[in-house]
Design a protein around this ligand. Structure first.
Ligand code: TRP
Length: 328
C-alpha cells in the first residue's frame, strides 16, 4: 500500500514522564504495529501538557526523552511522522477556529475536565479548551483513525462532533475521524494498587515499571507486587486483580493469553520470577536501542518530523482560512 491509499492515523502523547509499561501496552505498541498498514502521524503534545502547571524548566528535556523512548520502541521516522506539537504552529491556529464553533456547555461537560478541575486549586482556561486543541491535532492531518485508549473516547467523540459542525457551517473542509481502541493488553494495572491503572499520576513509584528500568529494578518491583491472601493462581481481574495483572504481563511478554499462562503455576513466587524474566527479555532490544540514541540525533529527527508535519498542516490550514472567508 502506498501513502495515498493507506488510512491516515494520528495519535498524541504528553511529555509528562518516562514511558512505562502501561503506556506501551495500552497504546504505543499499537502505534508501532499500525505502521505497516497506516500512514501514521505521531505527536508529542507539549502544549497540552502546559494546560496544568509543569515544574519549571522540565518540559524541554521531557520532550526529548519521550521522543527517544518512542524512537527506541519502534516508531520509525522513515515509516511515520514523529514530531513535537509546538513546532507546528498551525495546531493552535486551528484550535482557535474550533473553539469558535465549540459550545461552552459541551466543553464544561467533558469528564476529563470535570475530574481534573475538581482536584486542582488552579484551573486554567487552557484546561477547559484542551479538547479543541486535541480536535485540531487530529483534523490538521486529514486523520481517518485515532488509535488511543478507552479513556480518550469522549475526546474523539467531541472531535467528530465539532468537525462535523465546522463542516456544516463552512463546507466540506475537514475529515471526520474514527476512534480505534486497541484490542489486547489494554489495561496494565499498578503493581502496588492493582485496582487502578498503571499511570504516572499515581503516587506509587514501586507500582510502575518504566521501560528504561534496569533489570534488577524490574525484578524487585515484580517480586514486591501486591497479590492476595489465598494462594491460588487464576485469572480473575475483579476477584484477584494483583495476580491477574502479573498473568497479563507474563502473557503479553510471551505472546500467550492469561488463562493459558495461569495453568502453568500453582504458586505466586515462580509466577513473579518468570514474569520479571519475560519482561526483561521483552524490553532488552528497546533498552539497547535507547542507550545508543544521543540527544542531538533525537532533536534532529524531531526537526525533520516537524518539517514533514508542517507541509501537510499548511495545506489543511489554507483550506480552513479560505472556507472561513479570511483575507488570504
Ligand atoms: N489527550 C490525550 C491523552 O491525554 C493526548 C492527545 C492530545 C491526543 N492530542 C491528541 C491523543 C490527539 C490522540 C489524538 O492521552
Amino acid at each position: 500500500m502506498n501513502e495515498a491509499t493507506r488510512p491516515r492515523a494520528f495519535s498524541g502523547i504528553q511529555p509528562s514522564g518516562a514511558l512505562h509499561l502501561g503506556n506501551y501496552l495500552g497504546a504505543i505498541r499499537n502505534w508501532v504495529r499500525m505502521q505497516a498498514t497506516t500512514d501514521g502521524v505521531y505527536c508529542i503534545v507539549d502544549l497540552h501538557a502546559l494546560s496544568v502547571p509543569q515544574p519549571p524548566g522540565t518540559i524541554r528535556q521531557a520532550t526529548i526523552d519521550l521522543a527517544a523512548d518512542l524512537l527506541a520502541i519502534g516508531i520509525d521516522p522513515e515509516e511515520s511522522i514523529l514530531f513535537v506539537q509546538s513546532q507546528v504552529p498551525e495546531h493552535t491556529e486551528l484550535a482557535w477556529h474550533l473553539q469558535c464553533v465549540a459550545a461552552f456547555g459541551e466543553l464544561r461537560r467533558m469528564t476529563q475536565f470535570k475530574d481534573k478541575s475538581e482536584r486542582a486549586d488552579f484551573v486554567s482556561a487552557g484546561l477547559f479548551t484542551y479538547p479543541t486543541l486535541q480536535a485540531a491535532d487530529i483534523a490538521l492531518y486529514d486523520t481517518d483513525v485515532v488509535p488511543v485508549g478507552d479513556d480518550q473516547r469522549q475526546h474523539v467523540e467531541f472531535t467528530r462532533d465539532i468537525v462535523t459542525r465546522f463542516n456544516n457551517r463552512f463546507g466540506d473542509v475537514l475529515v471526520v475521524p474514527e476512534h480505534r481502541i486497541p484490542t489486547a493488553g489494554d489495561r496494565i494495572m499498578d503493581l502496588q494498587a492493582p485496582e487502578s491503572k498503571m499511570s504516572k499520576s499515581t503516587d506509587s513509584p514501586q507500582g510502575i515499571v518504566y521501560l528504561t528500568d534496569p533489570p534488577a529494578d524490574i525484578e524487585k518491583k515484580l517480586k514486591r507486587a501486591v497479590t492476595d491472601n489465598d494462594a491460588e493462581v487464576a485469572f480473575d481481574p475483579t476477584g484477584k486483580p494483583g495476580v491477574s495483572n502479573l498473568l497479563t504481563i507474563l502473557a503479553v511478554a510471551t505472546d500467550s493469553d492469561p488463562d493459558t499462562v495461569a495453568k502453568g503455576y500453582s504458586q505466586y513466587g515462580p509466577l513473579k520470577t518468570d514474569a520479571a524474566e519475560a519482561l526483561i527479555e521483552m524490553l532488552r532490544p528497546f533498552q539497547e536501542r535507547r542507550a545508543e540514541l544521543d540527544e542531538p540525533t533525537t532533536i534532529e529527527l524531531l526537526h525533520a518530523g516537524a518539517d514533514k508535519a508542517r507541509e501537510r498542516a499548511t495545506v489543511v490550514m489554507d483550506r480552513v482560512r479560505a472556507a472561513v472567508n479570511l483575507l488570504a
